[in-house]
Write a protein that binds this ligand. Structure first.
Ligand SMILES: [Zn+2]
Length: 338
């Protein structure tokens, strides 16, 4: 089964119809096959979808630039008009992501507007993204979505038990034990997998947001203990801990579970006055305990002056246990450049 987007004035038109005039997006009418799924798009919204019922039917002629061209049509079946059309303009980043990934033509610009195309094939991945948006905002009535419903039910009951577990283990408190922290990271990985499978399910994102907040709370407590002030390991200045973060040396999202659990070494105290941001964005890296700086030259004098003050300093919390994370961070930005 292939997937298409068609731009037509009305979600109720139960067929695709195009002239055989040499335009690739019209010629796609010859590629659609029985059973293919077609999303109907109108004014930056997906308004309906359906499936191809008949293919490649001659359907009269039309006049185009003084020439008579033949038209062909494919009828659609099982058309579902969406009670809540999906507004694509709300998903700019996703559109950009799928546009970059697409090998052929992509039907939309990042604002959700059609690219002057009639009928366009889309990837299975983009189709399932659209389907997930449709499922999210519309009641699911289709037979084939029963499985999805079952999974949804399983997950929402998980949200209930998640809340129970979090409460029973006192994990909604700001100071949780190391044992609970370990469970928390385990949950997070489990949920992350589910989020990747069903990107549309909000409750999972909510769960993850809670876990991340708890995790950060634990890491802060573990790092700053009961200190009111702490030294920033990059600039060496002492600040109230409320102006400091427990910064992941190796990007949190790239850490394995074991690395996330290496709580003593994976984070470092950095100030919000710039060091945390500079480090996170690779302007500051640590090599053998010494601070090196990177910049591409396009930055302002003030910016570079600030950065140069950090150059050559010793990183205060560098040791042989966290060396691997500082090395990873440095190499990551050497590869990525700024
Ligand atoms: Zn600092």
């Amino acid at each position: 089964m292939k997937f298409y987007v068609v731009f037509q004035g009305n979600g109720r038109v139960p067929y695709l119809r195009a002239a055989n005039d040499g335009l690739y997006h019209h010629e796609n009418i010859f590629n659609v096959k029985i059973g293919d799924k077609v999303f109907i798009s109108k004014s930056k919204k997906i308004v309906a979808y359906g499936y191809v019922k008949t293919e490649n039917k001659y359907d009269g002629t039309k006049k185009k630039k003084n020439k008579i061209v033949k038209c062909y049509r494919a009828d659609l079946k099982e058309i579902v008009e969406l009670e809540y059309p999906v507004a694509l303009e709300n998903y700019k980043e996703k559109l950009e992501y799928f546009r970059k990934k697409s090998v052929g033509h992509f039907p939309y610009n990042i604002h959700g507007q059609g690219n002057q195309i009639y009928l366009c094939e889309i990837s299975e991945e983009f189709a399932s993204f659209i389907s997930s948006l449709i499922n999210e905002s519309n009641e699911i009535t289709n037979e084939e979505n029963n499985q999805f419903l079952d999974e949804l039910e399983e997950i929402s009951s998980k949200l209930d038990s998640f809340n129970e577990i979090m409460e029973s283990k006192n994990m909604y408190k700001s100071d949780i034990s190391e044992k609970n922290y370990k469970e928390l990271v385990n949950y997070d990985f489990e949920i992350q997998k589910k989020v990747e499978e069903f990107s549309s399910i909000k409750s999972l994102d909510v769960m993850r947001a809670i876990l991340i907040r708890q995790e950060q709370g634990f890491l802060r407590k573990n790092l700053f203990k009961n200190n009111k002030e702490n030294k920033c390991c990059i600039c060496g200045k002492k600040y109230p801990v409320s102006f400091m973060v427990a910064a992941h040396i190796k990007k949190r999202s790239l850490c394995t579970k074991e690395e996330r659990l290496d709580v003593k070494n994976i984070v470092a105290p950095m100030c919000k006055f710039g060091c945390d941001e500079m480090f996170e964005r690779g302007y500051v890296v640590v090599e053998n305990g010494n601070i090196n700086i990177n910049y591409n030259g396009g930055e302002s004098k003030d910016f570079i002056k600030y950065l140069k003050e950090l150059e050559g300093r010793k990183c205060l919390n560098y040791n042989k246990e966290n060396k691997q994370y500082y090395d990873y961070h440095k190499e990551y930005f050497e590869k990525a450049k700024l």
